[in-house]
Design a protein around this ligand. Sequence first.
Ligand code: PHE
Length: 457
Amino acid sequence: MSDSLQMKSPPESKRGNWTGHLGFILAATGSAIGLGNIWKFPYITGVYGGGAFVLVYLICVVIVGLPLMLAELIVGRRTQKNPVGAFKNLHKKGSLWQGTGWLGVASGFLILSFYSVVAGWALAYIFKAIAGFEGTAEQIQAEFGSLVASTGESIFWHSMFMLMCIGIVIGGVKRGIERWSKILMPSLFVILGGLMIYGLFFTHGGMQAVEFLFKPDFSKLSAEGVLSALGHAFFTLSLGMGAMITYGSYMKRGSSIIRDAVAVSILDTVVALVAGIAIFAMVFSYGTEPAAGPGLIFQTLPVLFQQTGPWISVPFFVLLTFAALTSGISLLEVVVSYFVDERGWGRTSATLVMGGTIYLIGLLSAVSVWKVPFTSGTGWFDFFDVLTTNYMLPIGGFLTCLFVAYVMKDADRADEFGSRGLLYSGLKFFLRYITPIAVLVVILHGLELLPFMEYGN
Ligand code: PHE
C-alpha cells in the first residue's frame, strides 16, 4: 500500500470491525479479565496482606492503567492497524517506534505460550471437580503437583486450550472473537455473581473476606507490595503489548473512548474484587491461610471444595477457563493481526501457523523438567513469565506512553479523544509526567535497581 493511502482505513470487510459498542466492550473486558483477576489477584492480595494492597492497586489502575489504556485505544482507533502498522502509520515508514509494536507482538507470542499452560490446568480442574476431590488435604494438594509434573497431561490440556483459541480467532473479529465474547462474558458474570452470593451469604467467612479486602492495614504494606500492585495493574488490564491497540483498531469512530476505557477498567477491577470476596469467604470460613501463594486456587480451594461439593467447584473452574479463553484469544489476535495487515497473510493461515508456533513454544513451559540452558535450573515457564510481565510489558507500556505524550500530533490525539476539555488536559498531564515515571519505577524494580529497596544477591 502506498504511503499516501496509509492514513485511510483499509476496507472494513477485510480487517473486520466490531458490530457495535457492546461488541467492543465485551471483547475488551474479555481480554482484561483473565487469570490475572481470578488466579493472581487473590493470591497476591493474600501474600501482601489485604486491604492496603488493594487500595494501592486501585490507585495504580487510575493513575497508570486508565491513561495507558486511553493511549492504546487512541493509537489503535486512529490508525485501524495492528501494533507495528499503527506506530509506522503515525510516525513514518522505517520509524524506530515500530519497535514498540514488534515488542508487543513478541510479548503476545510469549505470554500466550505459558498462559495456555495455566489455562490448561484450569480446564483439567473442571474435570477433577466433576469427579470430586477426595482424600486427605495433603493428597488433594499433591494432585496439583502431579498434574504439573506429568508431561503427558500438561501437554494434553495445553493442546486443548490452544485449539480452542485457534478455533475462535479463525472465525474473525465479528464471527469469532465478538461472538464468543458475547457468550462467554455474560456467563462469566453470572457464575461469578453466584459464587459471590454463596461466599457472602452461605459461608461464615463472608464478612471477614470483605474486611480483609477493604479494611486497609498499612503496617502490612511493603514497598515490594506497592510495586507488585503497580505491575499487576498493567497485566490485568492487558496493557503494554498492543492488545488494546489491536482491539481499538476494530472500533468504529464515533463512540467515546474515555467512556469505554473507564467501563473496561471498572469491570476488570470489580471482577477481581468479587473473585477475591468469593475466594476469601471460603478460605476464612474453613479457617485456612489467605497467604497460600500461587497454589491458592489449585491447592487450597480444592480442599475446601470437598465440603462444598461440585455445585460450587465446577462453576468455579468453568469461570476460570472462560476468563482465560477470552484473554488467550486477544493475545493470539495481536500476533494474527500483524501477519494479516503487514504481511498480507489470510486470517486462516496466519491463525493456524502462528497458533501452531505458539503451541510448540508452549511445550517448553508445559514440560516442567525442561530447563533454560545456562541457568541454575530455571524452568521455561518462570523464565517467560518474568521476562514478559516484569520487562516486556512495562517497557512496551513506557514507550507507548512516551509516543502518545510526546511524538503523536496533538491534532490526531485530540481528534481521537473527542475533546480538548479538562479531561483531555488531564490525560496529557498524566501521560507526560505521572504514568511514565510510575512505569519506569516498575522497570527499575524488575532490574533490581531501585536504590531504596533491598535486593538479596
Ligand atoms: N489481562 C489478562 C489477565 O488478567 C492477561 C493479558 C495480558 C491478556 C496482556 C492480554 C494481554 O489475565
